[in-house]
Design a protein. Structure first.
Length: 247
């Protein structure tokens, strides 16, 4: 685990940027008849149903939906941010809430410590908050990344501290504790989460597994019913969902 975390922390920002926004190859044809809507449990909508998966993801929607969409996304990836800005709302409202599509976000720490820090903070509250907080990061990505670019020395210095301290200090220096405090995660709560070395190591291990076992090489990568799809924008992904039966 420690080796995995150190590997993630050592990932150079400039090299990792090459993997952000990479396209994917379509692994096969996804064609199907229109799938009938599935009613949500009485008094709810499917977007209220959120589960944490065994593969480290956060799944929203009908867990038995016939169309299962996975996004491997980096919280520091501009292309992922564009997808969130353009696609999050219609994906949830027009497809997930019909019960025909489930959506699982698997955070992929392309940019090492910054991704791990932000990812941990998005998972600091209830599981229902993970996707909305991730979207908040993407909707404010320029502000999130600005201190990394202008105060990189402080980030590097924080990364030399003991594991249980480094992410807390880095988040303070980057202004992330205040950012999340404005969105429901108190500063004390954020500090406690960032001191949880085991959880951060686990997130790093998930990224390594996604890369080695699932051959994920760039973000965003979308997988529908086990097949990689050639799309990294909502405009490209929606027609694929529709051809597969989402209407």
């Amino acid at each position: 685990m420690i080796k995995t975390l150190r590997f993630a922390l050592a990932a150079p920002l400039a090299l990792a940027l090459a993997a952000c926004g990479s396209g994917t190859e379509e692994a096969g044809s996804l064609e199907g008849e229109a799938v009938a809507a599935v009613p949500a449990p009485e008094g709810t909508q499917w977007s209220d149903q959120v589960t944490e998966t065994a593969d480290g993801g956060t799944l929203v929607g009908n867990p038995n939906a016939p169309l299962k969409l996975i996004e491997y996304g980096s919280l520091t990836c501009p292309t992922c941010a564009r997808f969130a800005q353009e696609g999050s709302e219609p994906l949830i409202q027009d497809y997930v809430n019909k019960g025909t599509v489930s959506f699982e976000l698997r955070q992929f720490a392309i940019h090492g410590p910054v991704d791990l820090m932000l990812g941990r903070l998005t998972k600091c509250g209830p599981k229902e908050a993970t996707l909305p907080l991730s979207d908040q990061v993407w909707l404010n990505l320029e502000a999130i990344m600005q201190p990394v670019q202008t105060n990189g020395q402080a980030l590097e210095a924080a990364m030399q501290l003991p594991l249980e301290q480094r992410f807390i200090v880095a988040a303070e220096q980057m202004g992330y504790l205040d950012f999340f405090a404005e969105r429901g995660i108190s500063v004390d709560q954020g500090r406690q989460c960032l001191a949880d070395v085991a959880a951060i190591e686990q997130a790093a291990a998930h990224t390594q597994r996604y890369s080695q076992e699932f051959n994920i090489a760039g973000t965003p990568t979308f997988v529908l019913n086990g097949q990689n799809v050639d799309a990294n924008t909502w405009a490209a992904l929606e027609p694929i969902l529709q051809r597969a039966g989402a209407r």
